[in-house]
Design a binder for this molecule. Structure first.
Ligand code: SAH
Length: 302
């Protein structure tokens, strides 16, 4: 958090477990500061543990337990476990494990994705009043008439992205619609670098505040219109849209690497998840996968 020194790992609890009043004050301050444009900030590169996440649950699928998620996962697991035990809230790893079991029953198969979902403290991305509902499979309000995506759809989109020609390897990934930053965190555990764009300044600031204590080294948050993508960083192995447009902006298709995948909700009242794969410099394939419901993709910034 702003003004705190937390340069050593493991992090002191105080850097994660702010009193609500303090957190709100910091957020308000940051929102007030939002007139200054801050593009392309690294959330915070810092000291991270290099080992595999030793806290992945024992009852998780065997393959998932064997995984060495990247260091961000290790940090998230440790931080969330500290947070859970300190707050006494119903946010224990058992609750998250139950959520992951449900995801597996709903058809999520990719062990890396299941492990990343298990390691991601979703409750830390919600206001305290909603934190107890963090592990039910629902989208929940995050302010500005926007929502944190439902765990199932987060897992599903990332699973589709990883089911690629490079056998799941994702170097550079772009997310359109950071919201509170939860999906960016999950993505960071299965990708080398995650870039995420948000068009609402207050949410961009919120995501920074939510992610900062987790000290994830490989997420870069941008404030801007995601429909324009990030041409300066492209091409991307994967692009995820967390908001639904009537079609997928061509600019984004152009920013996909050949062999890369884009997953996006498309439609208005009735929406479906679409998978677009870049076959060659001039060819893309499209598959319509399943029904979904997302907030609208809008142009410009506010
Ligand atoms: N990824 C989030 C979901 C946030 S909801 C999660 O982890 O749960 C979708 C977000 O997309 C909203 O915050 C909305 O403001 C944002 N959005 C809509 N159109 C956008 C655009 N053109 N560029 C960037 N963000 C956009």
């Amino acid at each position: 958090m702003t003004g705190r020194k937390a340069t050593k790992f493991p992090l002191p609890l105080s850097s994660v477990m702010d009193k609500s009043s303090k957190r709100k004050a910091t957020e308000n301050k940051n929102v007030a500061r939002s007139a200054q444009s801050q593009r392309g900030e690294v959330v915070k590169a810092s000291h991270v543990s290099r080992g595999a996440p030793e806290l992945i649950s024992r009852s998780a699928p065997k393959a998932a337990r064997k995984l060495a998620l990247n260091s961000a996962a290790a940090v998230a697991v440790k931080v969330s476990t500290q947070a859970a035990s300190e707050s006494g809230m119903l946010v224990s790893s058992a609750v998250r494990r139950a959520m992951v079991d449900r995801l597996a029953m709903q058809g999520i198969r990719d062990p890396q994705v299941l492990a990343a979902m298990e390691a991601s403290p979703r409750h830390l991305f919600l206001d305290e009043g909603l934190a107890s509902q963090a592990y039910i499979d629902a989208s929940l309000p995050i302010g500005y008439q926007q929502t944190i995506s439902q765990p199932y759809i987060v897992a599903r989109m990332i699973e589709i992205l990883r089911d690629n020609r490079k056998k799941g390897e994702l170097n550079r990934v772009l997310e359109i619609g950071t919201g509170c930053g939860y999906q960016a965190l999950v993505l960071s555990m299965v990708s080398r670098d995650v870039y995420s764009i948000e068009r609402i300044k207050g949410l961009h600031e919120l995501a920074k505040n939510r992610l900062r204590p987790l000290r994830v080294p490989n997420i870069r948050l941008h404030f801007g219109d995601g429909m324009l993508g990030l041409p300066q960083v492209a091409p991307f192995d994967g692009i995820i849209l967390a908001a639904a447009g009537m079609d997928v902006p061509h600019t984004l298709l152009e920013q996909l690497a050949v062999g890369g995948r884009l997953v996006a909700p498309v439609g208005g009242e009735k929406q479906s998840l679409q998978l677009i794969e870049r076959i060659s410099a001039t060819k893309w394939s499209k598959a319509v996968l399943e029904e979904c419901h997302f907030v609208p993709l809008l142009s410009g910034t506010v």
